[in-house]
Each structure stands twice: as structure tokens, then as C-alpha cells.
Design a protein around this ligand. Sequence first.
Ligand SMILES: [Zn+2]
Ligand SMILES: [Zn+2]
Ligand SMILES: [Zn+2]
Length: 410
Amino acid sequence: MGFISGGTFTSDPSEYLAVGHVVKVEPESYVVMPKKDLHPGSYKVIAGEEVAKENLASDGCEVSPGSGADTYVVSEHKAAADKKDVKAATCTETGYTGDEVCSVCGAVTVKGEAVPAAGHKTDSKKWGYDMAAHWALCDVCNVKAGEAEDHKFAVGKCTVCGAVDPTYVTASVEDEGNVGTAEEAATKEVAAAAASSLVEAVITGSSKPVDDGVVSQETYNKVQQAVNLGQTIEVVVDATPLPADAVEAADKDKVMAVVTEDGEVAQYLDLSVVLMSKGEPLGTIDKLDEPVTFTVAIPKDLVKDGRTFYVVRVHDGKAERLATTVKDGLATFETDLFSTYALAYEDAAPQPAAGQQPATDQPADAKKPAAMALAQTGDPVPAAALAVFAVALAAAVVCGVAALRRRSAR
Ligand SMILES: [Zn+2]
Ligand SMILES: [Zn+2]
Ligand SMILES: [Zn+2]
């Protein structure tokens, strides 16, 4: 048995090798070493011994027999084209560069490295939002990447995220025929405020508008649906003359019950505050927080000396006369309740001052159910009612400003 267990030689020392050792055959020399952790190269062994996988260092790939007797070749790893376990870092999760591996034996030749999570980026100012708040979205992964903050609503939209303000209501007025609102700007303001607080109640789930008789449960539900769909609500104040045959018989009976024996209905009216969404009616607001003023042009062939005009309202199954001012062929009255109305008249009783219908000149702000019967002075028939109506509308602008001043003075 041999005894050489180390050293570099110029001639092959393999016949003197100690057990458990090999000779590494290099171009100009022979290196004796222990038979463990063998790197790529050619080796000679003691006859009958062999080199196997377990003798290889980590850079040794495979063992195959060499060209001579008792010789073996340890090959190098071959780098695979693709790395293993590569993982891109996300905003929140660590990534990995991947391991370099050998395409022959699969051994990992170079370990990869962790790649830290990048964190969310919010440079492009994308926003997520719900009804109450908005928050920044990550430019990369689109998830919530900032604190929720209240919307900054201005004129119906959030100035930060562009979300629609569900409580922003635009109001319009539709006058038809000889019926109109005397203070259009004030009417719009009151109607928009009512619709806006209705939407607010709907958002908070309050049933107050239904309990207070502002809207029906059905209308409330429809507004709720629209708001949940992100639709904006509009409100239209509609003043329309109604043909008598379009009025329910029960309503007509109620009107006639408060019109005196000698009285007549000149005109039925439909005054309504309609809630709309996407051009579709959702229902009506039946009651406003404060009264708005309407005018009806009195048909000129009905104007007559000693004749008194007044407006009758039917609401909630009850008919009542409203304080009505008659001037220049126009009947003006205030109301905060919406339904069927009638313009009625009666002629002066032959016995004056019986105390039943006193004619007074007091202004119409007194909320008496009785008519403010104003005597028609001067011309028995004023100039054409419609022309006068236009004049009255000009006057109404002044009234509107006054009404606004009253409001802001509170
Ligand atoms: Zn390999
Ligand atoms: Zn992200
Ligand atoms: Zn916002």
C-alpha cells in the first residue's frame, strides 16, 4: 500500500497513493489530495477505487470515466439560460433576483438576492372614493394608498377627486299657460334646499322626510335607489293649468265644499315639485320648508266689478282657501304644500258687510285660510291679462330680492 497523502509531483505518483487519496492530473504536474471535495478536473485513483458524486465539491457537476484505466473526469456546471425562483418585487411584497442553476444537475451555482418592496406610488393623483370620502390610489397596483379624507365639494363636485356631490340639487321652474311662480329665483332656492336635505336624509338613512310628509315612502325609496347608483337629483317646480276633467272627482267635491253657493271655479291648477333623475321623474316633494309664491293670470272675461277671486288648495284630503292677493288681473298666493289647486271666484252678496267675507286691503302675508278679497278698483277690466302678467313678473324680481334679503337676515 502507498503512503503519499499530499504534495505536487512532476511524474505520476499514483502507485504510491495512500488509501482515500487521489491524484489530480494537471497539464504539467500531479497533485495528491484527499478524495473529498473534488473540483472539476481529471483524477487518477488507486486501482479498484472510484470517484462518485459524494466526493465532489459544490462546483463539481458530474463524474464520468476518463480516457485511461482508473481515471475519472469531474465536469463543470453548465449555467442554465433562466434563473430559478425569480420574483418581481411589488409595492408591498419583497422580490427575489433568482438563483443561477446548472442545466445538467440542477445545482444552485449562485444564490439570488432579495429585492425590497417598492412601496406605493401616488404621483399621478388617482383617487378612489365613496359618498363621504376620497383617498389616493397607488399608480402601480391601484389599491388604497392614502388616508381617507372628506370630499371638498364645490358646485356639485369634489375639487380633489371629482366625485359628484349627491346633495347638490339643481332646480328649475316650468310655468305653463297662465300659471307661474312670482319669485322664480326664491322658488328655485327653496325647492333645491328641500331636495338637498331630502338626499342628505336618504344618505344617513333617516326616515324623517317620510314621517314629516315631505315625500311618500315610494318616492323616498326611488330617491335612495338613484343616490345609491351615483345619480344626481334635479328638482322641477311645475305650475300647470289643469282641465276640469283631469281633476279627480273627490278633489273637485272638496274644492266645491269651500266655494260659496254663488261661487265658481275659474281654473284648476296643478302645482308640484317633481324630483327627477336622468330625466325621469322619481316622485314629488309634497311639502316645502317655507312657502313660495305663485301667480295665476285671471281670464279677462271673468274679471267683473265686485267679483272676488281666491285660491283653494286641496292637500291631504282637506280643502282650504288661501290668502290671495288680486292685483292687475293676477291672483297671487303663497304655499308650502303641493297638490291640486283651484282659482275660484264669487260675486259680492247683495247685502254688504254681513261679516261673512270682509273685503280688506291687508297684505297677503297673514296666513289666513280666508281669501284676501281685494276690491277691483278703477277700470272694470284691466289691460289684457297676459300683458299685465309680464309687468307683474318684472315686479316679482324685486319681490325675489326682498325675499332673499329676508332669508339672509335670519
Ligand atoms: Zn451541474
Ligand atoms: Zn401600489
Ligand atoms: Zn373627493
